[in-house]
Design a protein around this ligand. Structure first.
Ligand code: ZN
Length: 402
């Protein structure tokens, strides 16, 4: 890249990160949580957690062993058949919906667990894409770039967590339905998030109103787990996630339920704009969150890390421990009703456009130069620059995209 352009770009990134730096703090402190009106705490539920990261990790290996899960492929069919064969006998209601888009036959898979509570109300949708990218176009080795990625983290990790959650949701006795949504064709060529997009397009007004939240899991198995604050997203959901993570010891310097200081895994002071499956329900006003680790391998500008979209995305880069952290986080959120009774938010940052068919595009990637504590004065200064720089970054990024 030309030097002057590079310098402009880096300054733009710093300012963008600075401007977007809106650290999310939990709603409360002391491991109590504001969304419960009975004074209970996530810590009351910690002993109930049953999510098994080892089994999720086995599913990651199993999915990779299937081969590339390309839309319309036999591996894709085998994945769905396996889920159906295991969940249907357990009482889950399975729906497959086929669509044809951009020359692809894609199949969305939904599994619903209907609440049996007398006062049951609405649904929470938990989603992950189950297709793996057809071309490793970010691989350093040019001869690898036409090969399909193994897709261990992107996205067998999220698909595996959904499946493992399915073993436990029936015994949670929740007051709302849970829909596990394995979406297809998120990651093919230049046409991204197609499965989620077509699902959102076909939601009726009553279905939108009945959806308390859309919780997306994407690239959540990295052995070096860093869950960062993905925009756009619902601020209340984010704040609750930080509270839940704090209880689980996943927030740096924050005491967990045992009084132990947490690890630096939930890094919500780092804001990363990402266009992913969640932008479609978010644009409809459904409270949405993308739980994602945008640094897979070594950090790289305009990339989600050195393993992303390469042949290096293999099961050895994923760990049972990381899968367990994310699985327990979501399980705790379900058990504490953290994903219901949320404030709707439809605001999108200016540089976002949910109508554009793009995947988890790294519009800005915090690097060495990024600033982690913005002041209001600096934010105002940044605002003066931001319109120009965001536009230039966006333009360059679109050009840089595979
Ligand atoms: Zn991907």
């Amino acid at each position: 890249m030309h030097r002057s352009k590079s310098r402009t770009l880096r300054l733009g990134i710093v300012l963008t990160v600075l401007f977007l730096m809106a650290p999310v703090h939990g709603e409360t402190s002391g491991n109590s949580y504001a969304w419960a009106d009975d004074g209970s705490s996530p810590c009351d539920m910690i002993d109930e957690l049953t999510f098994n990261g080892t089994l999720a990790n086995e599913s990651v290996q199993w999915q990779v062993d299937l081969g590339p899960r390309l839309p319309g492929s036999n591996a894709s069919l085998a994945f769905r058949d396996n889920i159906k064969g295991l969940l249907e006998p357990a009482g889950w209601d399975i729906t497959e919906v086929e669509h044809h888009r951009h020359g692809m036959n894609l199949t969305n898979l939904h599994a619903r667990w209907a609440s049996t509570a007398n006062d049951s109300d609405g649904q929470v949708v938990i989603s992950a894409h189950y297709d793996s990218r057809g071309a490793a176009d970010r691989d350093e080795n040019e001869t690898n770039r036409s090969l399909p990625v193994p897709g261990a983290n992107d996205a067998a990790s999220g698909a595996a967590i959904l499946y493992e959650l399915a073993r436990h949701i029936p015994s949670m006795n929740l007051t709302y339905d849970v829909v596990l949504f394995w979406n297809d064709a998120e990651d093919q060529g230049d046409n991204y998030t197609l499965g989620s997009e077509v699902w959102a397009e076909n939601l009726s007004a009553s279905e939108i109103n009945a959806t308390h939240a859309f919780v997306l899991l994407d690239m959540v198995g990295d052995a070096d787990l860093q869950l960062q604050n993905i925009n756009p997203g619902n601020d209340t959901l984010k704040a609750r996630l930080v509270d839940l993570g704090s209880a689980l010891g996943l927030v740096n310097e924050s005491k967990d339920c045992n009084g132990t200081l947490g690890r630096d895994i939930i890094q919500y002071d780092v804001v990363v704009p990402v266009l992913d499956d969640h932008v479609h329900p978010h644009a409809l006003g459904i409270p949405s969150i993308d739980i994602m680790d945008p640094v897979y391998g070594e950090p790289k500008f305009y990339s989600f890390g050195s393993y992303w979209h390469t042949m290096e995305d293999t099961p050895d880069k994923v760990s049972a421990e990381s899968l367990g952290h994310v699985g327990r986080l979501v399980e705790l959120g379900l058990r504490t009703d953290a994903f219901i009774d949320l404030v709707n938010q439809t605001e999108m940052p200016n540089e976002m456009d949910a109508e554009q068919h793009v995947e988890k595009t790294p519009i800005s990637q915090p690097g060495e130069d990024s600033v982690n504590n913005g002041s209001p004065a600096m934010a105002i200064i940044a605002a003066v620059f931001i319109a120009t720089f965001v536009m230039s970054i966006a333009l360059l990024e679109w050009k840089a995209k595979p």
